[in-house]
Ligand binder design. Structure first.
Ligand code: UD1
Length: 386
């Protein structure tokens, strides 16, 4: 059977992309051996530290990238422009029939734009999510990428509705489920078995925080830290911090809020009743610690979804979310940066009254398979948005 495309690029650039391309790469690898699909992994290099990038390729068993563009960090304009220039060269050389982009980072929109202008098909995985907050760089990336995509693969019903409202034709929208959840379900057991970091107590909370709106504004960051410092007197908080956040802690002189930790896998980690700050963790280590935590604080998009599947209460330190399904059906609650709201909702969870939630439709571990079958023009009846 012929595939619709002879050659496909699978693009990733930043940490939250890697868990989304992993199951798609694995599904491409499973396409029958006589009819192998020629796919190439392109890594833009938006993230480059070992813990932010290669650690994920190792944990998630993704082949080494065929192309590493090495663009690195810069302002939005410079980073986006560098990705576009480097990616165009690779597209002109390789002439893929389609480019698959995932998520909402600068690499997503930059590569989609290059492909579209070269007449290459664009597929967007995780299309249609909207926070309706255009001050978020990711919201701009989402809207622009969806506007020019030919295949829009969605994770939830609200994404289908958002796309239809924006005038995207129904025929381009494929409701396939959540590829990031495919990865979580695939690697959950491995995480439990092979994670090395051990914590000295059962009751702890986990924190991630890196959004510019939370960590680049001195007062907002302080208000969040004071609220969490208060909670940490009742339950220690483990905070594997993004490099951007670590820089901001130093820049604002906020070291006093933290107990600084070295996560040495050889020794059991002793948490204090404080915010225990470490460097970023690999996928397997983070997943294992998240699955065992009592509660998660985050401003990440993906973690709102992962806690829903793990049935761990999640307090999202943002005013809005592009993932409302995690509130309507999952374990997520928006608390913003408000000290009282953070304290109040934490208290409920610590008293055992956290949200239970249920699993959203099609978050079943088969989203990548559906995506790849549709992309290759193989028989598969997708769930069409009503
Ligand atoms: C990017 C994404 C964001 C995503 C986040 C996950 C955009 C617009 N934002 O934000 O949606 O939630 O990734 O991590 O694409 N840095 C390092 N090492 C690295 C990478 C970054 O030290 O490997 C530092 C650099 O100082 C850099 C800063 O982090 O300037 C920000 O990196 P950048 O890729 O610009 O944005 P993120 O905040 O990571």
């Amino acid at each position: 059977m012929n595939n619709r495309f002879d050659k496909i690029f699978l693009v990733a650039g930043a940490r939250p992309n890697f868990m989304k391309i992993a199951p798609i790469a694995h599904a491409f690898n499973r396409v029958d051996e006589t009819n192998q699909i020629d796919y190439k992994v392109v890594h833009t290099g938006q993230h480059y530290d070992y813990e932010m990038s290669q650690a994920f390729f190792d944990d998630l068993e993704i082949n080494r990238p065929d192309y590493f563009l090495g663009v690195g960090s810069a302002s939005h304009a410079v980073q986006t422009a560098r990705i576009m220039m480097a990616f165009e060269e690779v597209c002109l050389k390789e002439k893929p029939g389609a480019v698959v982009v995932v998520g909402d980072v600068n690499s997503t929109v930059a590569c989609a734009l290059v492909a579209k202008k070269l007449g290459i098909g664009v597929a967007h995985v995780e299309a249609g999510l909207r926070s309706y907050d255009r001050t978020m760089p990711e919201e701009i990336n989402r809207i622009l990428t969806d506007t020019i995509s030919d295949y829009l693969f969605t994770t939830c019903k609200d994404a289908n509705r958002n796309l239809k409202k924006e005038g995207i034709s129904k025929g381009k929208i494929y409701f396939v489920g959540n590829v990031m959840i495919d990865t979580l379900l695939q690697f959950r057991a491995k995480a439990e078995k092979s994670a090395k970091i051990k914590i000295d107590q059962e009751d702890y909370a986990l924190l991630t925080l890196h959004r510019p709106s939370n960590v680049d504004d001195k007062r907002t960051f302080k208000s969040i830290l004071e609220a969490l410092k208060e909670v940490s007197k009742r339950i220690p908080i483990l905070f594997p911090a993004h490099p951007r956040t670590q820089k901001q802690v130093k820049a604002f002189g906020y070291e006093k809020y933290f107990n600084f930790l070295e996560l040495n896998p050889k020794n059991t980690v002793k948490l204090r009743n404080s915010i225990n700050l470490s460097g970023p963790l690999s996928y397997v280590e983070f997943l294992n610690l998240m699955a065992k935590s009592k509660l998660v604080y985050t401003d990440s998009g993906g973690i709102q979804e992962e806690t829903t599947i793990l049935a761990i209460p999640c307090l999202t330190i943002r005013e809005n979310t592009e993932r409302p399904v995690t509130i309507e059906e999952g374990t997520n609650i928006l608390v913003g940066s408000d000290r009282e709201k953070i304290a109040e909702e934490s208290d409920k969870i610590l008293k055992g009254k956290g949200k239970k939630g249920r699993i959203p439709k099609l978050w079943d571990g088969k989203a990548a398979e559906r995506t790849v079958n549709i992309l290759l023009g193989r028989p598969y009846e997708p769930f069409r948005p009503q």
